[in-house]
Write a protein that binds this ligand. Structure first.
Ligand SMILES: C[S@@+](CC[C@H](N)C(=O)[O-])C[C@H]1O[C@@H](n2cnc3c(N)ncnc32)[C@H](O)[C@@H]1O
Length: 443
């Protein structure tokens, strides 16, 4: 039997799934959640994966991605030839270093063992000794590797220090410091290194859901609420029960807050949700104000997810269409309210989508800002006089947020800014949304 195959089957399942998912994400550009789902299905040979393996693999993958640049700096301090290290070996070492420095319940020797065996059997036997030495070195560093001083020992400038310590690409640190200043940047960076709050949205049409919401709001782990949602510092058994009973589904509370802050409870119907995706916000709007709602998205896959939900819930007053919203008329009518939950760089939700740190570049922001501007202009054309256009992003860049709003107002006669919202920097939710509400003059 091929040695490589033999060892892969011996690698602890959660580590195997984590390495496969991270390789697919970082080396082949796949979406991390899709890659993790595929890896977990594969280790369970197509069956439902063991929940403990799935839980550990998820913690490893997301924890590693949140701290990847910091872990790389730690590895570089221990490697004699960092640039010559094969990328799969660096990934395995980084994952093991993450366990050693951040997971108290995993003994260091266990992390060293699986990683050294993996390097020996799956990468190159001659690199096993180096791997062992590097990980022992990381273990000796201990708490020092999580201290500020470790990342500025070479008199690194402030941007470099922040980039290393908070594991964030230097271009983004620079952009945030210039646009938003020191305090806000550090708050954003700090949030990006931690898991976000668990957000739930309740479906009060389900018997028992209201009681579950009321009881859970009193739970000590509950951090914030909206009229239909709650956020928890960490998943508690009662929240998981509420999900299992069908009372609630996961949905970012920061995203819910943005809609409520922009007056979602009063938006006139019918609403056109022009970037509906799988319909998280479409269903929230339906829950608080009913239909009719028109939902469209260019992604057939995402929209079919929404259609399946509508069928399962027996909702008939949401009409769907696969369509881009950046040009032409999608539905054959005008609307008193249009929601543009825009495609964006996602830099406000790095805690939930840490793969964006590796995938996004400065150039993407310019491209996305152009697309957002086109969608805004086209949505404006579909708006009735006196109607409201709502613009929402889950990112933090001036080009996609404040500047986007300002330039839209400048080039659009009859547009008035009614309100603007930004998730406060001291939010306990770990995620940041931006939104604006425009009104079209009635004349
Ligand atoms: C932030 S996500 C929307 C999330 C969704 N509203 C929800 O709450 O679940 C942005 C969406 O914009 C869609 N999109 C990308 N390009 C678009 C375009 N040209 N016109 C309309 N939507 C677009 C993406 O497919 C994606 O589903």
């Amino acid at each position: 039997m091929n040695k490589k195959k033999k060892y892969r089957s011996e690698l602890p399942p959660a580590r195997l799934a984590a390495i496969d998912a991270l390789s697919a994400c970082l080396f082949k550009g796949q979406d991390i959640q899709a890659a993790l789902d595929a890896a977990l299905t594969s280790i369970a040979s197509g069956r439902t994966p063991d929940p403990r393996d799935a839980g550990l693999a998820t913690e490893l993958v997301y924890g590693y991605l949140r701290l990847r640049l910091r872990l790389d700096f730690v590895l570089d301090s221990q490697l004699k030839a960092p640039k010559k290290t094969p990328k799969l070996m660096r990934l395995a070492l980084g994952l093991a270093a993450f366990e050693i420095l951040n997971l108290d319940r995993v003994p260091s020797y266990a992390s060293v063992d699986w990683c050294v065996d993996f390097v020996k059997r799956d990468i190159n036997p001659r690199l096993a000794g180096v791997s062992n030495a590097v990980l022992r070195g990381v273990d000796r560093l201990g708490a020092e590797a999580n201290s500020h001083d470790f990342y500025r020992q070479d008199d690194a400038d402030r941007d470099t220090f922040l980039s290393r310590y908070y594991a964030c690409p230097a271009w983004l640190v620079k952009l945030w410091r210039k646009a938003y200043g020191e305090r806000k940047t550090v708050a954003l960076l700090r949030a990006s290194t931690k898991a976000p709050a668990l957000g739930l949205r309740f479906d009060f049409r389900k018997d028992g859901a209201r009681e579950s919401y009321d009881a859970l709001r009193e739970n000590e782990l509950c951090k914030e609420s909206t009229p239909v949602g709650l956020a928890f510092q960490a998943p508690c058994p009662e929240c998981l029960e509420a999900e299992a009973a069908g009372f609630a589904v996961r949905q970012s509370l920061a995203g819910q807050q943005a809609l409520f802050e922009l007056g979602a409870e009063d938006w006139a119907r019918p609403v056109w949700d022009a970037c509906s995706g799988r319909g998280g916000k479409t269903l929230l709007l339906h829950a608080i104000g009913g239909g009719p709602i028109y939902a469209s998205d260019p992604s057939e896959k995402r929209l079919s997810g929404l259609r399946a939900l509508l069928e399962a819930k027996g909702i008939s007053d949401i009409t769907t269409a696969v369509a881009s919203a950046d040009e032409g008329q999608v539905f054959d009518q005008r609307f008193p309210c249009v929601l543009v939950d825009a495609p964006c760089s996602g830099l406000g939700v790095l805690s939930r989508r840490p793969d964006a740190k590796a995938r996004r570049s400065k150039k993407d922001i310019t491209e996305l800002a152009k697309l957002q501007a086109k969608i805004l202009d086209n949505a404006w054309n579909a708006l009735e006089p006196g109607g409201s256009l709502i613009y929402v992003t889950c990112t933090i860049t001036p080009q996609e947020n404040e500047m986007q709003v300002d330039t839209f107002l400048r080039r659009t006669p009859g547009a008035k800014l009614l309100s603007r919202f930004r998730t406060p920097e001291d939010t306990p939710l770990g995620e940041f949304f931006f939104g604006a509400r425009f009104e079209k003059s009635a004349g």
